[in-house]
Design a protein around this ligand. Structure first.
Ligand SMILES: Cc1ncc(COP(=O)(O)O)c(C=O)c1O
Length: 511
C-alpha cells in the first residue's frame, strides 16, 4: 500500500535495537505534511499500542520491556492512529522508507556516549572472507611467494603435498586434486565408467553441478525426494527408485551434514552400485566417526572460495580407497595421459594449480578451528532463538544423531509462507542472508527433457520455498550473532502481524 503522507500524519522511524529493561531513546525523523499532528499513540509494526512513553521534543522514551512485550526489537512506526487507523504502511513499505531515509536518519541521531543512542548498527555480511584473510595473511603470502620462487604453477610438489594432507584429513587412501568440485564429480563418474544409457540417482535439492555433472557424462539424473528435516536424500525413496538402469547413487551432504550413509551404503553394496559422495559442502563432516569422502566409493570436494576450505579461485579434490580408480582418475585429469604423451583414453584438462594448493595447505591447518567456530555459532543461534521465542515460527537446522555437521550453510526453515518477506526485511536491515536453493533441479528448464512434473518432489519444492541461510562464518562476533537473531525475530513477528498464513511442518503433515 502506498503511503499517503497527508493522511498518515507522522511517521517516525525509531532506534534500531533495544534490550529488555533499557530505557530506549527514540530519535525521530519526521515525515510531516500539513503541520504537526499531535501524537496520540506509539504503535509498533505489529500494530500493538505501546502506552508507557514520554515525549521530549522530537524524541520519545519507551521502556525496553514494553518494546519487547510488543514484539518490537527493531523500530517503531509512530502514527496518528486517530486520523489514519487504516493507513498504516505495510512492512515492506516501512523498510523501504527506512532505507530511503537512512542518511537523514543517521544525521538525526544525537551524538552521545549513551549506548541506546548509538548510530545504526553495522551491517552483518553473509560471509566475510576479508576477516578470514586478515587472520592468515602472513602465512598465505609466504606460501604464494614460495610458489613464485619455484615458478611451478600446475600440479607438482604443492599439489602432491595437498593431496597427501587431504587424504590424511579425510582418512582416505588416495586423494586426487582437480580443477573444481564440478570436475571432481565429472571425473568420478567417468572413472566409474558411467555414461550414456545410465541413470544416477540424486537429489533435486542441491547446487546445479550435482546433476549437471551427471548430464555432462551423458547419463540421466534420476531424482528422488529429500528428508524434510535434514534436506538430504531420503534413503527409502532411493531404494524404491533403484532399477536395472541405475549405475550410481550420488548423495549430496547438503549444507555440511552427511546424508544417511549407512542405509545408502547398504543399498550400494546390495545392488552393486557405486556410491559417489557429493561432499562439496562437507569437508570435515563426520558420520559415525568417519569423515565425509570415505563413506562411499568416491568422495568429491569443492574448494570454491566460500566453502569451509576455500581457495583463491576454483579447485577440487576426489578421495577414494580404490587404488585402481585412483590411477584412472589421475590420468583422466590430464587428458588420459599415462606419461610421455601416451593417451590410453580420452580425459580432459582438470589440473589443480600449485598456487591454489599452496593456499589450501595453509588454510587446511585452520580448518578444524573454523569448523568448530561454525558449530559454536550454530549452537549460539539455537540458544538465542529459544530465548527470543522464535521456535514457533522457524525450524533451525537439526544435526542428526552420530553426525558432525560443519555448517557450510546454516539453513533454517521459515514457516507459514513468510520466507521472502523475512529475507527482504533482514536485507533491508543490513543482515546478509540467502536462499540455497530457490529452484529445485527437476524444475530447471534445461532438465525439462527428464519429464518430471512440479509436484513429483513435494519436500524439495517446500524446502525451496521455505529455507533461508544465515551468516555462520567462524569470525562472527557474539554481537553480530545477537543482531542476526534479533533482526530475524523482528522480521518474523512483523511478518506474522501482517497475517501471513501460519502453521509448522507438524501441522501440515497432520492436515
Ligand atoms: C553440492 C555441490 N556440488 C557441487 C559443487 C560444485 O563445486 P564447484 O563450484 O567447485 O565446481 C558445489 C559448489 O558449490 C556444491 O555446493
Amino acid at each position: 500500500m502506498a503511503i499517503d503522507a497527508a493522511d498518515m500524519g507522522l511517521l517516525l522511524l525509531g532506534k534500531p535495537c533495544c534490550r529488555q529493561q533499557d530505557q530506549v531513546q527514540i530519535p525521530c525523523w519526521q515525515l510531516e505534511v500539513g503541520g504537526k499532528i499531535p501524537l496520540t499513540a506509539v504503535v509498533g509494526v505489529t500494530g500493538r499500542t505501546i502506552t508507557n512513553y514520554e515525549q521530549e521534543d522530537l524524541s520519545y522514551r519507551v521502556d525496553g520491556n514494553s518494546l519487547l512485550n510488543n514484539g518490537l526489537l527493531k523500530f517503531l512506526a509512530v502514527m496518528n492512529i486517530l486520523t489514519a487507523p487504516n493507513l498504516w504502511p505495510s512492512l515492506p513499505e516501512i523498510c523501504r522508507l527506512r532505507t530511503a531515509f537512512s542518511s537523514e536518519w543517521s544525521r538525526s541521531m544525537p551524538a552521545t556516549n549513551d549506548p541506546t543512542n548509538s548510530a545504526a548498527p553495522e551491517p552483518v555480511p553473509f560471509i566475510d572472507l576479508v576477516a578470514q584473510y586478515q587472520n592468515i595473511k602472513t602465512e598465505v603470502r609466504a606460501a604464494v611467494d614460495q610458489v613464485f620462487e619455484t615458478q611451478h604453477f600446475v600440479l607438482g610438489e604443492e599439489v602432491d603435498q595437498l593431496e597427501a594432507e587431504i587424504a590424511d584429513y579425510c582418512d582416505a587412501r588416495f586423494a586426487i586434486g582437480c580443477a573444481s568440485g564440478t570436475d571432481a564429480l565429472v571425473l568420478s563418474l567417468m572413472g566409474l565408467g558411467i555414461g550414456p544409457g545410465d541413470d544416477v540417482i540424486t537429489s533435486p535439492f542441491t547446487f546445479f553441478a550435482t546433476a549437471g555433472a551427471i548430464h555432462r557424462v551423458g547419463a540421466r539424473p534420476k531424482f528422488v525426494d529429500i528428508d524434510p528435516v535434514t534436506y538430504n536424500l531420503d534413503p527409502q525413496q532411493v531404494e524404491d527408485a533403484i532399477d536395472e538402469n541405475t549405475k550410481a547413487i550420488m548423495p549430496v551432504h547438503i549444507f555440511g551434514q552427511c546424508a544417511d550413509m549407512e542405509t545408502l551404503w547398504r543399498l550400494s553394496v546390495r545392488n552393486n552400485i557405486p556410491l559417489i559422495e557429493d561432499a562439496c559442502q562437507a569437508i570435515g563432516a563426520e558420520y559415525r566417526g568417519r569423515r565425509a569422502g570415505v563413506l562411499g566409493t568416491v568422495g568429491c570436494f569443492s574448494f570454491f572460495p566460500t566453502k569451509n576450505l576455500g581457495g583463491a579461485g576454483d579447485g577440487g579434490m576426489i578421495t577414494t580407497d580404490d587404488a585402481e580408480l585412483a590411477v584412472r582418475l589421475k590420468r583422466l585429469r590430464v587428458h588420459g595421459d599415462v606419461g610421455g604423451y601416451n593417451h590410453v583414453e580420452v580425459g580432459f584438462n582438470s589440473r589443480l594449480d600449485a598456487l591454489q594448493a599452496a593456499i589450501l595447505r595453509v588454510k587446511l591447518r585452520h580448518l578444524e578451528d573454523w569448523s568448530e567456530g561454525r558449530r559454536q555459532n550454530a549452537r549460539r543461534y539455537s540458544e538465542l532463538f529459544r530465548g527470543l521465542n522464535l521456535l514457533s515460527s522457524i525450524d533451525p537446522p537439526v544435526t542428526a544423531a552420530d553426525q558432525r555437521h560443519v555448517f557450510n550453510q546454516y539453513t533454517l526453515r521459515i514457516r507459514g509462507g513468510m520466507r521472502d518477506s523475512v529475507m527482504e526485511y533482514m536485507r533491508g536491515e543490513g543482515v546478509g542472508c540467502a536462499v540455497y536453493y530457490p529452484i529445485p533441479l527437476h524444475m530447471q528448464k534445461c532438465f525439462d527433457y527428464l519429464g518430471y512434473r512440479a509436484e513429483d518432489f513435494p519436500e524439495s519444492n517446500r524446502a525451496a520455498s521455505e529455507v533461508l541461510s544465515l551468516p555462520i562464518f567462524s569470525e562472527l562476533t557474539d554481537e553480530q550473532l545477537l543482531r542476526v537473531a534479533e533482526v530475524l525475530s523482528a522480521a518474523a513477528s512483523s511478518a506474522t502481524a501482517l497475517k501471513f498464513p501460519t502453521g509448522g511442518v507438524a501441522d501440515r503433515r497432520a492436515a
